[in-house]
Design a protein around this ligand. Structure first.
Ligand SMILES: NC(=O)c1ccc[n+]([C@@H]2O[C@H](COP(=O)([O-])OP(=O)(O)OC[C@H]3O[C@@H](n4cnc5c(N)ncnc54)[C@H](OP(=O)(O)O)[C@@H]3O)[C@@H](O)[C@H]2O)c1
Length: 198
């Protein structure tokens, strides 16, 4: 797990089946929901860095203000992008997350992990401090890409539990989305405000 001042938060919105993208790697329309989008953008606005795979993006108006780590197999380890000083490329098969942290000018704050599947899987091992799982309770998407690769064999909730996280709070963002906040027991909501994602 990362040193204490850095907190690693995961964010995903899933269908009833635990899916984040369709079989072609596109975000299903059924998962694009205003209440979750607002929550996601407000959460990212509090993050100092965002981590995602090469085919994902946060897409918000303030995206350029944050440090960004993009996973790709096209480089050896950790590499800067000369045209984008806030962007790092990372191949976890060649470079460690500790090397990524050394390359980021951060000593504290939130690093937001926003997918896709292989990235969410990787940080199960590195260790989430919290995972914000939005469940689109009426959206059915079958045959696509799951939030974690062990789905459908295991539920997202079982996987988060198996990796040391506890369901701390559950709230309806509206009648379409239920937000689950998963945190570590030894860190029970300390540092969290009453607003989700703070
Ligand atoms: N519903 C949600 O919450 C949610 C969350 C995230 C994404 N999405 C959606 O999911 C779709 C993208 O899915 P995706 O499966 O293509 O995921 P992705 O993680 O965005 O992109 C996959 C690419 O990222 C790189 N990568 C990922 N993990 C890696 C690893 N461990 N080591 C090295 N490289 C790694 C590889 O790039 P190279 O090919 O360059 O090696 C891989 O081809 C988009 O439509 C996005 O909108 C939805």
């Amino acid at each position: 797990m990362a040193p204490a001042p850095i907190r690693i938060f995961g964010y995903a919105i899933i269908s009833v089946e635990g899916i984040i993208a369709d079989a072609n790697g596109r975000m299903p329309v059924a998962l694009i929901i205003d209440s979750d989008h607002s929550f996601f953008q407000a959460s990212l606005a509090r993050a100092q860095a965002v981590v995602h795979g090469r085919n994902s993006a946060e897409g918000g108006p303030t995206a350029d203000q944050r440090h960004r780590v993009i996973l790709t197999n096209t480089i050896d380890a950790v590499s800067c992008v000369s045209s984008s000083p806030r962007v790092l490329l990372w191949n976890p098969n060649g470079g460690s997350f500790a090397q990524v942290l050394e390359s980021l000018p951060l000593e504290e704050g939130i690093i937001a992990i926003i997918g896709g599947t292989a990235v969410f899987d990787l940080f199960l091992t590195i260790g989430y401090d919290a995972f914000f799982l939005s469940r689109a309770v009426h959206a059915h998407v079958r045959g696509g890409r799951p939030v974690f690769s062990k789905i459908p064999g295991q539920s997202p909730q079982q996987i988060l539990t198996d990796h040391g996280l506890f369901l701390r709070r559950e709230q309806n963002l509206d009648d379409k989305v239920t937000l689950e906040e998963w945190t570590r027991e030894q860190n029970p909501l300390s540092g969290f405000s009453s607003k989700p994602g703070s």
